[in-house]
Design a protein around this ligand. Sequence first.
Ligand SMILES: Nc1ncnc2c1ncn2[C@@H]1O[C@H](COP(=O)(O)OP(=O)(O)OP(=O)(O)O)[C@@H](O)[C@H]1O
Ligand SMILES: [Mg+2]
Length: 625
Amino acid sequence: MNTTTRQTKVKEFLWKDISLSIEPGKKGAKKCLLDNVSGSLKPGEIMALMGPSGSGKTTLLNILAHRKVPTHGSLDGEVLINNNPTTRSLIKEVSAYVEQEDSLIGSLTVRETVDFNARLAGIPKAYRHELVEETIRSLGLKDQSGVQVGTPLQKGISGGQKRRLSIASQMVSKPSILFLDEPTSGLDSVASKEVISMIKRVAEEENMIVICSIHQPSTSVFQLFDKVTFLSKGKMVYAGTVNDVVDYFGSAGYSIPVHYNPSEYILDLINIDFSTGTEGCQDDEYNQKELVLNDLFEKWDNRRPSLTSEAKEDEQEEKQDGGALAEEETYVRPCIRFKNYFLKECNRINILLKRSLIKSRRDLLAYYVRIVMYLGLAIMMGTVWLRLDNDQDNIQPFMNALFFSGAFMSFMSVAYIPAFLEDYSSYVKDNANGLYGPFAFLTSNFIIGLPFLFAISLIFSIVTYFMCNFRHSAIGFWYYVMWLFLDLVAAESMTIFMCSVFPNFVVSLSLTAFANGLWMSVGGFLVSQKVLNVFWYYTFYWIDYQRYVFQGMMFNEFSERVYRCNSECYCMYNSPLASQCKIAGNAVLQNLGYGEYKKGLWAGILIVLIFVYRLGSYILLKLRS
Ligand SMILES: Nc1ncnc2c1ncn2[C@@H]1O[C@H](COP(=O)(O)OP(=O)(O)OP(=O)(O)O)[C@@H](O)[C@H]1O
Ligand SMILES: [Mg+2]
């Protein structure tokens, strides 16, 4: 049986004796996060995963979905689809996961969010529109379908609506298995019931398997589930049908009072976290509850063999039904299937480009704030270095202006970090759900950034070039734009690389700021290459993108310009024009130790450095995916 293609029909999802323990440190004892947890589900069934906070619900969902689990732990047990061990790629193909925390793109509307996920999942255009509208409607988001999710600067939909949108954007791809971590958190009881009813309806209609961790459902919500697993401290207290819960706990000696919410009663029974204390009576309560919990663990453990035989009976029945499931393997998720990998990637890049384009138009933080900032910077620079003439006293200020524009422009690429991290967190979620990989993500990110970075370079150059009075030449102006553009692309590529190393705002900000400080220091302006010590000269000086930008700008400005010496014909730099009381700009370049103007080579090196940063980011993301 081929379990590695998308055409696998999930007939049974089963997990057996899942145990996970971690070593917290050298001195700490081994901690058991999950202990022999088992269960199984058939298409159309919806299971609630319940237990006190910290009982291991998210950990179990992560293991079942082949998501990240503690690397310093030992994991045992099996996760099977149709009796075959699952692989990460198979689970990616057949399942979707709605995480406990929402990670949505703030500048997209509700409809766009669902629609882009449907496109990335390959839902054909012919019925995508209808499917998207139906999914939005069924999650009660119809009135908000045109409203933006919201960014830190722009208020959007509410927290509960975001939760429902996260569910909608995963349900739209109609996965065979849907993992939901706390889908009802932030929802009131009516909305919770609506959402779970809708999930149950879709699960039945689409033969979907749903595993859903949930806190304190009301009785009516609890009754909607087919099955339930109660965990406490990572161990099973009960797993089976919802209908049998009352009987089981009654037979175990813990009868659930009539008119009592069964799930609430059981959760209270198995939650001992808040009974801990130092006062004598609290200790008693804790001990009492621990005894009850241990008793429930034991009773459940003793019941296991009979469950195993029940499972075998089920299997037997299926075989007698003609074993139809074994042959019927072709489940085709409604998607466009590209045989050619290249075409598939191109299609994904195209969709991601459209998504980023919307974001770039609407997200103030991503682009507009940066444009205003760069414009402000250009005006500030233009007014400080205002209309400098050809006097030799202005040679140093011109050099400073070139250094400042190149170095500060790169430094300010840190402003892109928040927008990139938002994209990164939706990439992580989408990648884990099998929608697209690091190549499509980074390529679309690169392409969408180019016109924007070019626009910034142009705006900045128009203001500063003429206000500062750089060399009067159209070619000189366009070279200035080119160096700034390459500078910005390299700076942004480096910023993205830093975010890929540590996808955390404070850490990536610190790393990027540090790296920019380093490139400024060793670029040959603050300390000329003639003086720079051998360590820095033979290492970082050669891979400093700011150095090539600064050199390029220096040659562009000084190689064809002539300056006046002072009124007594004293010249700061000695050049062949000294007899005319002038300084040839080349003398300034020689003084800094520069040889020839190798603009092609330097631009080439910058492109290579950009490529290396992008490749580094790709490798990091690939390793992590
Ligand atoms: N990477 C990790 N390293 C160490 N301990 C961990 C790790 N991940 C989870 N844990 C521990 O495992 C236990 C279960 O965590 P988990 O997040 O699965 O709980 P939960 O049932 O989902 O809780 P909640 O209802 O609050 O979301 C907790 O005690 C948690 O501290
Ligand atoms: Mg959790």
